[in-house]
Design a protein around this ligand. Sequence first.
Ligand SMILES: [Zn+2]
Length: 617
Amino acid sequence: MKTTLYLRGAAALAVVGALSSCGGPKGTTPPPKLEAAAFIKQVNTDLVELAKEGNAAGWTQQTYITADTQYLNAKTTDRALEYFSRTAAEARKYENDKSVQLDPSTQRSLLLIKLGVSAPAPSDPAKRSELATLGAELDAMYGEGKYCPPGTNKDGKKTDCKNIDELGDTIATSRNYDELTEAWAGWHSIAKPMRPKYQRFVELANEGAKELGFDDVGVLWRARYDMPVADFEKEADRLYSQVKPLYEGLHCYARKRLQARYGKDKVPDGKPIPAHLLGNMWAQQWNRVYDDLLKPYPAASIESADRLLQKNKWDAVKMTKSAENFYTSIGFPALPQKFWDRSMLTRPRDREVVCHASAWDMDNTDDVRIKMCIKPIEEDLFTVYHELGHVYYYLWYKDQPMLFQDGAHDGFHEAIGDAINLSVTPAYLRKIGLVGDVVPSKEAVINQQMKMALDKIAFLPFGKLIDQWRWGVFSGKIKPEDYNKAWWELREKYQGVSPPVARTEEDFDPGAKYHIPGNTPYTRYFLSFILQFQFHKALCDAAGYQGPLNECSIFGSTEAGKKYGAMLAQGSSRPWQDTLQQLTGTREMDGSAIIDYFKPLEGWLEEQNKGQDCGWD
Ligand SMILES: [Zn+2]
């Protein structure tokens, strides 16, 4: 999945500094007691400078990786965490002062301050520093994780150790069962030593959460959704139950195809699918096995934009202009000149950079950027449209106070550009000259839907279960001695996948997925995958479109753009239900749009799966 650095985390964590001269050591010089509203005003003012400095350090580090830029970035991050921890404790005091009636905006701001850090530190300085160290160590263990195969290569040299990129490539491209098993088990072995550190990390962060008035870190994460925590869990379950039948249909079809390739001894009837056969290390998206294993009609090819992007020499700027042109076609403003002057669109020749695509809000006004290493391939074209979704969100909400310059909830930010990408249909690509004239056929539609479903539907159970596990871990419902067992129970229950080799509590398989050692909340991605279809439907309605949802493109519709922009301009200033209602007319997230979108595929899968023993026990 395309994780980007937009995250409130990136902004919030990067926030720092100008304030390091005030406050003094904790507990010795309490800051003057302001009125709550004045305190919020002060924080909003502080955050402007803090964010600017943090983003400058972060951008420089990622586009010019050296020991020095890493050092400077780490410094600003430390000071940001210190600022947040101090300010959150302060916010708590205002909340606890029951003698004063607070207005809703102030209340909301106080809550958002407390939710600014996903692993709140305890106030004890020794524990705070222990937590920070553990966080950095876990992150580094993942980043530096390598599997070193035993034996020697044909020149008699020790076989090279492999990182996640290489092992992930093997999982995506190899169709040799044993080779896949080795790559899978190899990568998962890197996480074993994380277990004691992670366990301690959980204890300390929970302590920090308790100081802020939350039962545990999982409760703090769920507090961001403008509803009682228990209701939010039910809400997530309800959304999942809506899309579950579609996933099960896809699972059944995939299992049959995989049986044809690997045999029923490897992929048995009525059982979970071995997790390493779906083209992705975590079996979270299955598009890498589309072409040769899961394509419904091999003869009915759907043309990708790859060929014409290359033949017509589309470069990074032209691809980005095309994305901008989509957004301006619906009435959004042109990108500021600074975007073009300061973005990094291609890989520099002379230095190390982080190529992973991300969107940046440098100064909370008009210095917005993306950082990518764009190649002339369709996948990157989609990524540019996605990243500009973040950029336009920044531009629309730039007049909000800093604390409200964020997604309505964290699922919104990822969904903005993805909803636009649902309008990048084959017909739209034809219009802009990136695919030839294709004769539409039923087979081509099913192929296209399958390709999308392996990305969008296959992801849903995975997107759901990650935090299901973590909420259990943070609450203590999942005990440290059951970490791995609970992980696989959830993976089997939701995804219907099984570990390819026997597991024990010696293993720590959750640690082999970045967001666990990286401590990034994950439910946002699940929500985003539901919401983007809901947005798409609302935008198509606003555009006056009638017809199958999967063929709708809002390109050129200023009516759709007007509604979208109005929603984006709200930022996180109000409960997300209000914001959602503005665009969709409903206050609930809802899976019916994604089901509607995949109607053609749903019917086709039912046909295909007839007489099959679907599901797993
Ligand atoms: Zn993104």
